[in-house]
Design a protein around this ligand. Structure first.
Ligand code: PLP
Length: 443
């Protein structure tokens, strides 16, 4: 065993798979076994592995300027160009961009910016943030508290109350509806719960609600039609900002440029990471509207400085990687191709509709999941996550990397460059793995 402490792992299950190299949509372990990377690493390697153009862009940037920072008003060309490019892409008026290195730190940045901004406009009582049950927003102190998965926050006893975080329902009809409740009744009930929470807490104390348009880590949950329209109406009514976490759903993943486009959400703030650089270099972005920036500028002239920033905020190599990624997305029509591949993937996954283990097939674009349940009994669940874990291992044995999320849901999030024949390969491997899993459940 090495000296490394493994992130988000069971201490007993380390060194299970040592990945040595990768090319295209395939990764290879230390025994040279090939796996189709059905999860884009951790929902991030949009353009696959070993992209020569990206490698050249990064190498050139390393030769030209391997580091420079943005503190004290300094800048560098890749940072400026990337901020302008992103600002032009997002559905936010006069957008401004703050860079970090991870989705977690970008969410923490937003958390702090909201406080700074509401102080600036003399509304310091606007402190509370609404998040949803089953949400995942990262693992730093604030983003971990916004996350609702107990392993990421309660097990660390994070100061959730001190951070003024409120929780409302997860919009997952399949697992959260009451007996006999229709989808419409479900939406009306959870939206009414949201409004009650807002009124109970006092709307004037609530700054924003954070939303993953479609969740990732908590099971690829696509809310029912009408949910976001109603949620937005409530949030606008009470002057609560909409903070969209696009760390997984950004950049072509769900069949459109952004998850908020797919789900019909008009964001005030947006968080990006992962696919922003296709994971060739760590970089994240917290995007805000110009009017918030203007208020912060005024506040900082009173404070002397806007005292937030990381050494690696806008690392030039990360910016160069992201700029090249966005250029390739555009030039190669990657979002359109991924949308088309997503339609094909769904069609192939629908073949599992009668599989005795598959209770729900859900997702959008190239972000999909199969929820495994005992004998298709939609209101019954396996007692623990062992079946999902078994299915994940079985996939791995058959040369396919998937991820068991939220217990027994099998997530699929292949690189956006995946071809139809590679999708066929996913389906063949998944079929074998599900058949093995069925036998396991019958023992
Ligand atoms: N937000 C969402 C929706 C995520 O899925 C993740 C990570 O998976 C994060 C934030 C945190 O990003 P990071 O792991 O880069 O800190």
């Amino acid at each position: 065993m090495s000296a490394m402490i493994y992130p988000t792992s069971n201490f007993a299950e380390q060194d299970k798979l040592c990945i040595e190299r990768a090319k295209g949509v395939y990764v290879y372990d230390s025994n040279n076994k090939q796996y189709l990377e059905g999860m884009s690493g951790l929902w991030c390697t949009a353009l696959g592995y070993g992209n020569e153009e990206l490698i050249a862009a990064i190498t050139n940037q390393l030769h030209r300027l391997s580091f420079s920072h943005l503190f004290g008003g300094k800048s560098h060309s890749p940072g400026v160009a990337l901020a302008d490019k992103l600002a032009a892409m997002v559905p936010i008026e006069d957008a401004r961009v703050f860079f970090g290195t991870s989705g977690s730190d970008a969410n923490d940045t937003h958390y702090k910016i909201l406080r700074y901004y509401f102080n600036a406009i003399n509304k310091p009582q606007k402190r509370k943030i609404i998040t949803r049950e089953r949400a995942y927003h990262g693992v730093t102190v604030a983003s971990g508290a916004l996350t609702s998965l107990p392993v990421n926050n309660r097990h660390f006893d994070l100061p959730i109350d001190a951070l003024n975080i409120l929780r409302t329902d997860s919009p997952h009809y399949f697992s959260s509806h009451l007996q006999g409740e229709s989808e419409t009744q479900f939406v009306d009930r959870i939206v009414a719960n949201l409004e009650s929470l807002i009124l109970h807490e006092n709307p004037d104390t609530i700054a924003a609600m954070i939303i993953e348009p479609i969740t990732g880590a908590s099971g690829v949950i696509v809310p029912p039609d009408g949910y976001y329209k109603k949620v937005q109406t409530i949030l606008r009514k009470y002057d609560i900002l909409i903070w969209v976490d696009e760390v997984i759903t950004g950049f072509g993943r769900t069949g459109n440029d952004f998850g908020c486009t797919t789900m019909g959400i008009k964001p005030d703030l947006m968080t990006f990471a992962k696919q922003l650089s296709s994971a060739y270099y760590p970089i994240s972005a917290a995007v805000i509207p110009g009017y918030m920036h203007d208020a912060m500028v005024e506040q900082s002239s009173a404070n002397g400085v806007f005292g937030h920033g990381y050494t690696y905020s806008g690392h030039p190599v990360g910016c160069a990687a992201a700029l090249k990624t966005l250029e390739i997305f555009e030039r190669e029509h990657i979002f359109e191709k991924a949308a088309e591949a997503g339609v094909y993937l769904r069609k192939q996954l629908e073949k599992f509709v009668d599989h005795p283990l598959v209770g729900e097939i859900r997702g959008k674009g190239l972000l999909m999941a199969l929820e495994l349940v005992p004998n298709k009994l939609k209101n019954t669940r396996f007692a623990d996550g062992k079946v999902g874990a078994f299915a994940q291992r079985a996939c791995q044995e058959h040369g396919l990397i998937v991820r068991a999320v939220a217990g027994n849901s099998i997530a699929l999030c292949p690189p956006l460059i995946i071809s139809h024949s590679q999708i066929d390969e996913i389906i063949q491997k998944l079929t074998k793995a599900l058949d093995d899993t069925l036998i396991y459940t019958q023992k």
